[in-house]
Design a protein around this ligand. Structure first.
Ligand SMILES: Cc1ncc(COP(=O)(O)O)c(C=O)c1O
Length: 390
């Protein structure tokens, strides 16, 4: 199998698997005072240090959650409800149009359910970059404390946002900033001036079902889940020891970003070959700064659904840029926000390299695409010579 879908989930790293085994042997509840509990607690705190290091934060600001979705929900609901107590109510949530549904859907639900809170979308350019000037104007107009949500890097295109500029406007306006760094973690440095920073374990080679919210000191946060006082009272429930231990180990392994030049070389080779073989290919966000592991591209006339099936038959795992719900294939909201026409968006495929990618993977995918494109062109124009050059 050739796995090129690390932005969906990155397989368990050996370091993380070893941590899971150690956690299993511990046998204690991190809240228990006996020796087994203390050993479990030590594992959680060791992982907290490692995750904090990856986030560039203090360990005491890290709250473990069940994943990136919960961490985003905790930040959004927690900030809004927490700001009621702080008496500087958040009344506006500005969300970039290309955020993950974990942010978009929770922000929309809050605007629907919490009286006096409204949500607005920040537009993006054709390159998937947040329109910073539009945000500046939005912040200046109207009244009310604002929570601004901009992801560090987009999961579909890999485009990296200009968070330094964005954070400056947010500070000038006295607003709060939530940065979803789920895709950026372990791929670029996370030196952001964020009030809330979100990470997810399984995107960096830990188990699924664990994530973290990093909250800057002084930022409002009301817990979503009350319980036994775990995570300094910000997230009740016995901690997911195996998940957290794996997250710590994966964070330590990913923190150096040491593998990124290798992954970037694979991606760059892939992009240039796709363009050389099928010059009509569009690589989305190619002109913007992008994560080194990600390419989202469309070969016009080659439907993503067909391509996914053909690649899968050849043992190659990638994603399409389209979302399928209730039997209907819809263009991705990210590509739509970038102004990509629906038919082109219907051809979008995402390739994402990762820690276990091999230097033959890109060429295997290209060979599989070669076969597919020739078949598609033959069907459109029977007898047409294959357009792909090997
Ligand atoms: C940018 C982004 N945010 C949040 C999430 C959700 O994270 P999790 O799968 O840990 O809930 C994802 C997962 O795809 C993501 O890509």
């Amino acid at each position: 199998m050739i796995y090129l879908d690390h932005n969906a989930t990155s397989p368990l790293r050996p370091e993380a698997a070893a941590a899971v085994t150690r956690a299993g042997e511990t046998g204690g509840n991190p809240s228990s005072v006996h020796a087994a509990g203390r050993a479990a607690r030590a594992m959680v705190e060791e992982a907290r240090e490692a995750v904090a290091k990856l986030a560039g934060s203090r360990a005491q600001d890290v709250i473990f959650t069940s994943g990136g979705t919960e961490a985003n929900a905790l930040a959004l609901y927690g900030a809004v409800y927490g700001s009621l107590e702080a008496e500087a109510r958040i009344t506006r949530i500005f969300v970039s149009a290309t955020e993950h549904p974990a942010v978009l859907a929770n922000a929309a639900a809050i605007a629907e359910r919490v009286a006096g809170v409204r949500m607005a979308e920040i537009p993006v350019t054709a390159d998937c970059i947040v329109d910073v000037e539009a945000l500046r104007v939005m912040l200046r107009e109207g009244k009310g404390r604002t929570l601004v949500c901009v992801m560090a890097a987009n999961n579909e295109t890999g485009v990296v946002q200009p968070l330094d500029q964005i954070a400056k406007h947010v500070r000038d306006a006295g607003a709060l900033l939530l940065v979803d760094a789920v895709q950026a973690a372990g791929k670029i440095p996370l030196a952001f001036d964020a009030d809330y920073l979100v990470m997810s374990g399984h995107k960096i080679g830990a188990l699924e079902g664990v994530g973290a919210l990093v909250v800057k000191e002084g930022a409002p946060l009301s817990p979503l889940i009350a319980g036994g006082g775990q995570e300094r009272g910000k997230r009740g429930g016995t901690q997911n020891l195996a998940g957290i231990a794996s997250f710590g180990a994966a964070a330590s392994a990913a923190a150096t970003l040491g593998d990124m030049p290798r992954q970037t070389a694979f991606r760059d080779h892939f992009d240039s070959e796709v363009m050389r073989r099928w010059p009509q290919t569009v690589v989305f966000g190619a002109k913007a700064p992008r994560l080194g592991n990600t390419s989202n591209f469309a070969i016009p006339g080659v439907a993503a659904e067909t391509a996914l099936m053909a690649l899968d038959l050849d043992g190659i795992c990638v994603s399409s840029g389209a979302a399928c719900s209730s039997g209907k294939v819809r263009a991705s909201h990210v590509l739509t926000a970038m102004g990509v026409p629906e038919d082109l968006a219907g051809s979008a495929l995402r390739v994402s390299f990762g820690w276990n990618s091999r230097d033959t993977d890109a060429d295997a995918m290209l060979a599989s695409l070669d076969k597919l494109v020739s078949r598609v062109h033959d069907r459109v124009q029977p007898g047409h010579p294959p357009r792909a050059a090997a």
